[in-house]
Design a protein around this ligand. Structure first.
Ligand SMILES: [Zn+2]
Ligand SMILES: [Zn+2]
Length: 217
């Protein structure tokens, strides 16, 4: 976001419109403040979904998005590359029950990649075994040499078979991708909401033993 103490606008990249990814929007005052300028990017149809989709309907929230007094421009994205100021943004579809985009941001010689929510294409790879090929290889190439990879890691390989088709990754898959793509740092995210803090700490400690040269966050 641009602006300092007062937020006057900026750019928001949205992966998809599942509620766990957009539920902060109605409560984000800078989107409603007069004079603010926003650019919101997301998969094709996102603007219409945000305006007319369930979340902002009058039954659920009293202020419709079209009444907000900031100037909001929606940008429908498909796979490709575009620039936001001096940042090169690349997009690639993820494997998820809704149309979902991952984002790769490059500036000043570093790359940050955000890929959430995503499920391995190969169920063998999801359990941490097998070679990275086909669509999973394409996914790995999108992460190539990221300085920071923020990746879905909702399940463990052991838990995955019972969750197949839900659109999420296993930690083992993410570590395998990270090694292959020679990623510098990995932030595991989108944890299963049924886990408590101790359970997550345990998973991270376990992953740290298998992350090699990569730093884990
Ligand atoms: Zn989702
Ligand atoms: Zn999600």
């Amino acid at each position: 976001m641009s602006g300092s103490a007062k937020c006057s606008g900026g750019h928001i990249l949205i992966s998809h419109t599942h509620w766990d990814h957009i539920q902060g929007i109605p409560f984000f005052y800078p989107l409603f403040a007069p004079g603010n300028e926003w650019d919101i990017y997301g998969p094709r149809g996102l603007g219409q979904s945000l305006r007319e989709g369930g979340q902002m309907q009058y039954t659920y929230f009293p202020v419709p998005l079209h009444e907000c007094r900031a100037n909001i421009r929606y940008h429908d994205l498909v796979e490709g590359t575009f620039d936001i100021d001096d940042i090169k943004v690349s997009t690639q579809y993820l494997n998820h029950p809704a149309i979902t985009l991952g984002y790769r941001l490059e500036a000043d010689g570093v790359a940050v990649v955000y890929v959430c929510d995503h499920e391995p294409h190969s169920r063998t790879l999801a359990t941490g075994d097998g070679d990275i090929t086909g669509q999973d290889l394409r996914h790995a190439q999108f992460l190539s040499h990221a300085d920071l990879l923020i990746h879905d890691a909702q399940y463990t390989a052991e838990e995955y078979p019972a969750k197949a088709g839900w659109g999420h990754s296993s930690i083992e898959y993410v570590l395998k991708l990270g090694h292959y793509a020679e990623v510098n740092r990995i932030a595991l995210t989108h944890h299963d909401p049924l886990r408590d803090d101790d359970a997550i700490d345990g998973l991270v400690a376990n992953a740290e033993q298998n992350c090699g040269k990569m730093q884990l966050h």
